[in-house]
Design a protein around this ligand. Structure first.
Ligand code: ADP
Ligand code: MG
Length: 238
């Protein structure tokens, strides 16, 4: 069974007296350990897809099944658990906490009241410290632990965000246009780093990009056009 399974997912948003049909019957699957790019022009529906995987939004029609459960059947508490236990997030504008150091930003998710089923609930303070330090090494920021985000370049900030997203050992990391605010060389380095972390930790990654030139290292590229999976791609990549 796939970790993510979209079954004929539609999404409409009300817009004044009309509605916007953002997704028009999306079916796709992502398996644990996959590295998947959602590509497509601005407005095609990429963020809507990622928001549904992140349980920020639900389908108007069809099912989004994550880890065997339709997200529309979960209550708020179950959604919070799913997000804490299984998902990590990387944002276009990094979303680091400016007053915290690099180390503290990565440590932060581990301090957010672990539930008893969270993988990190039983870690000692020392285990947490070693894991955070290990992640900082892995993203190439071992020497930057005490810096503040304002003292880093955009690429370095996104490296911190990648380490932070991985801190709780999620099954899946979601990244909505993680390279949109970076120059193309730095953006390629960030995608390569996510790919390295996917391979070394086995973490599933799903990220979106509107850049047709985005570094092609993905297992699957799901191309979205006007809220649908582009037929030319569907046959060769899924
Ligand atoms: N909350 C919303 N209300 C109304 N329309 C929306 C909303 N969110 C997205 N849309 C519309 O849905 C379509 C897909 O948007 P989005 O998923 O953000 O595309 P992308 O991320 O590929 O740029 C667009 O036409 C957008 O304007
Ligand atoms: Mg978007």
């Amino acid at each position: 069974m796939s970790f993510i399974d979209f079954q004929q997912v539609h999404k409409t948003y009300p817009l004044g007296k009309t509605e916007v049909h953002a997704l028009r019957g999306i079916s796709l699957q992502v398996d644990e350990g996959d590295f998947v790019t959602i590509s497509g022009p601005s407005g095609s529906g990429k963020s809507t897809i990622l928001n549904m995987i992140g349980c920020i939004d639900t389908p108007s029609q069809g099912d989004v099944i994550i880890d065997g459960v339709a997200t529309s059947s979960l209550n708020d508490q179950q959604i919070t658990h799913l997000r804490h236990q299984k998902l990590g997030f990387i944002f276009q504008n990094f979303n680091l906490i400016p007053v915290l150091s690099v180390y503290e930003n990565v440590e932060f998710p581990l301090l957010l009241g672990a539930g008893k089923n969270d993988p990190y609930a039983s870690w000692s303070a020392q285990e947490k410290r070693q894991w955070v330090q290990h992640l900082l090494q892995e993203v190439g920021l071992g020497d930057y632990a005490t810096r503040k985000p304002a003292e880093l370049s955009g690429g370095q900030r996104q490296r911190v965000a990648i380490a932070r997203a991985l801190a709780t050992k999620p099954v899946l990391v979601l990244a909505d246009e993680p390279t949109a605010n970076l120059d193309s060389k730095t953006g390629d380095q960030i995608i390569t780093l996510m790919r390295d972390m996917n391979q070394s930790l086995g973490t599933t990654f799903v990220f979106s990009s509107h850049d047709p030139q985005v570094l092609d290292v993905a297992d699957h590229v799901v191309k979205i056009i006007d809220g649908q999976v582009d037929a030319d791609y569907r046959t060769c990549t899924l």
